[in-house]
Design a binder for this molecule. Sequence first.
Ligand code: IMP
Ligand code: MG
Length: 178
Amino acid sequence: MRNDLAKILIDETTLQKRVKEMGEQISQDYKDKTPIMICILKGGVLFLTDLIKNISIPLELDFMALSSYGDTTKSSGVVKIKKDIDADITGRHVIIVEDIVDSGLTLQYMNDYFKQHKPASTKICALLDKPKAHKTEIHIDYLGFEVGNEFVVGYGLDYAQKYRNLPYIGILKEEIYT
Ligand code: IMP
Ligand code: MG
């Protein structure tokens, strides 16, 4: 898999250090609360599991699966729910855990969707952000790293379902997806 990468963008040590800081920040901000962390499948899974190991307050987990991407590297802009959450989030503090914000359309859709259930609060926690790719105004409350517009894989992020198990974030060689 390493041969398919142009380079490693964020190595394992740097990732783990930042994820630990994010977990500690969330523990502080939500002390005396029990947030529900809603992970967006599948890309957010590696980030979620490392993140919650660094959170010292009680929390609940839930999962949601959406699709906006086929096996391509461009967002279709159309978001569909493939798996809904199980929890009742009314009156609860929700933290959405996402791998990467690209156009921002997925998160905008989720935010609007959750609002109908009247949570006490909703915050967004994303490992990566591509600020130059945003097509909507989106506020990220907890952000790991900003990246450029390259297509990245690893640490949960895939290209055509591959590369999720890399322990670091890498830039995929263009020849792999063109
Ligand atoms: P958005 O709705 O355009 O913000 O798309 C967000 C989703 O697209 C993310 O949750 C990822 O699943 C996927 N995505 C966007 N950019 C990348 C990338 O560089 N690598 C892998 N997946 C990506
Ligand atoms: Mg995703």
